[in-house]
Write a protein of this length. Sequence first.
Lengths: 434, 409
Amino acid sequence: MFAYYFDLAFRSLKRNKALTALMVLAIALGIGACMTTLTVLHVLSGDPLPQRSGSLYYPQIDPRDMVDYGPNVEPPEQLSWVDGMYLLHAKRAARQALMTGGMVPLQPTQSTVDPFQAVALYTSSDFFPMFGVPFKYGTGWVDTEDEGKARVAVISASLNDKLFGGKNSVGQVLRLQETAFRIIGVLGDWHPNPHFYEWYMGSYASDEDVYLPLTTARDLKMEHDGSTDCWGNSGGDPEHLETVNCTWLQFWVQLDTPASVADYKSFLEHYSQDQHTAGRFLRPPNVRLRNLMQWLDYLQVVPSDTRLQMWLSLGFLAVCLINTVGLMLAKFMRRASELSVRRALGASQRALFGQLLIESGVVGLLGGLGGLLLALFGLWLVRQQPADYAELARMDIAMLLTTLIIAVGASLIAGLLPAWRACHVAPALQLKGN
Amino acid sequence: MDIRPILSTLRRHKFTACLLIAEIALTCAIVCNAVFLIGQRLERMDMTTGIAEHELVYVHMAYIGMPSDGMARSAADVAALRQITGVKSVTMMNQIPFGDSSSNMGLRIDQTQQKDTINSAQYFGENMVQTYGLQVVAGRDFQPEEYQDLDKVFAGLRKGDLNALPKSALVTQAVANRLWPGQSPLGKQVYVGQGIPLTVVGVLKQLARPNQFEKGAQYSVINPIRIAMSQGAIYVLRCAPQDRDQVLKEALAKLKALDPNRIVLNKGTEDQLRHNYFRNDRAMAGILLGVCIALLVVTALGIVGLASFWVAQRNRSIGVRRALGATRRNILSYFQTENFLLTTIGIALGMVLAYGINLFLIMHYELPRLPAIYFPIGAVTLWAIGQAAVLGPALRAAAVPPVVATRSV
């Protein structure tokens, strides 16, 4: 029966090639545009650390003066050195790490490579175990090396490939800003996207080359990049960032149970209250403790243009579907006499409905396949764009299946109404008319 | 032309007609908003900066090891760069329009004020007016003795010594009009930080901030502060547009010869900076344009498809009408009027929808309201497309001979 309906569907579609092509093309264009933008959105709003994101939190406190104070103001996005160091050393969470990004001049010992600016992250020892950073060789540093401002470095796999040809470089010397660092670890595959823990250097595809202890970086007066937000008359002097009234550090904590989250929040409130009483914080306590995904949501890392493109493509798909429904309806209604003959010969309404639905399903399947090709082409176009996330725009299996399901589903819905109306023709009236 | 028979025919094809109307309405709404968005992007890309954009090249460098005599070295660099043939002026600046970093400050007109009146970009560097090609429309440029070194400014801020700080400022007309509407800004005091006073000595016609234009594209202030390369300064050179490549090449060679112990972070022309700054807007405008064209084409093809079906379906009744004396013109105008009716209803609904989408965009993307001019333009476009699309099928209908009426099926 199915095979016979398919045969009928293909015959009917072949009878009017231009119209079939138009319907297939409309669905393909709509699906293609839609899947391109949905894939980009899916990639950009993904969870950077699916196993750990639930227990990673970003504490915020408000140390500013009363200028621009108002109710419901959000605390600054970063911490000052004084507060950051206090929270880091308090060790009230299972793990915690303080960090900021920067650029550091790297002088390779190999004469074939010119000196260049390496992207660096200055952080503390818990960074590696807390985020579950994979190591290819060696390990991260420990607390005592943070305190001792040790000249140690962890490098990325790509920098290791560039400088040491991918060999185990643990123990080798790395010259950064005219200082010798000992390499103690080489990272494995570590590309969290969005780049959640340090977003000023770029929210996507912005992996660091080297990781250094924050204390060492400050000891050597390494330049910090990103945002420095100051209040009062401090002026953001880069030489004295430890004492100025500026926020410029990011702080992450690992809290594994709901109770520890509540405890940490009250710890932040108490700290703010103490500082307020002591006169250092002029504002009343104002703290936030968002988890990773809430934090990304708050930062609005997904570019608004990407969302706009998704809405635009959904609108486009709607127009394409309405177009197809209209054409399919016209087509089915025109075959009223043929359908009447089949009804008169004994076909049930259900049989006719099924047959017409298969016909629209075939259009949908063809449109979906076309849409898939167009989506792959669309993603290739996105990758040619100048945005920093361009490289990430690739289709995965989940999106591939979604595309096909949406395509067939959409065209079945598009076929449902026309088929329903067409199978309700009154056979006697139609036959008499002829 | 009597539209009653058309309406009664459409009543028999209610559902199909409704679909066509819905399609036209959606297309109209999306196209109106998309064209509006394209206009917004183009307007953004067209912004003026007030600087001699086609005459500037820049070099941004970093030292491998920090020198202790940064200011003296930078002065030597500037002196050497001035020797390059074709160079009209050289300066070291903290930032440049369309660059990727920005230094900003809050401005207040009253010392006791709790909230900043505006947030403006803070430019500093010697000799900026001449090098950037700025136009001073009132007052004067800074005198050489007004300049302070940045490290001394920082030291002064740390100690709370206001004497080490600059005392004058140049502001743009946009800043002056916002802070002191209708008054002359010359000699007025503006307060930054915790009540640090600056006296306005000159007014600039225009100077765009480096980025973050949503805070007020023309809100910029210049302070008389000298900055060295070791503090992150950018070398900016002014020359004739045709000399830019040559000047940039020579400047790089000269800087490298003076001190090879540094890395070039970034270099190029101001025109390239502008091009790069707006590349996302350009890409988005292209996407929007593509979607508009695709939508209009799909809708036009949909109209062609449906009209062809209706013509084929009514073949016999057209023949009857022709046999009863209707001219080809009558048949042609019948289909044209039918299309006009459907399109008009679609456009009317589309306008309401367009307004709704615009409200949504205003809420989520901080866009201005859709100007009324888009409605008639959108309507005329869709009418034209509808008429063009229906013409083919309508002509085919008009060509149906009266003899069809006598044939069965």
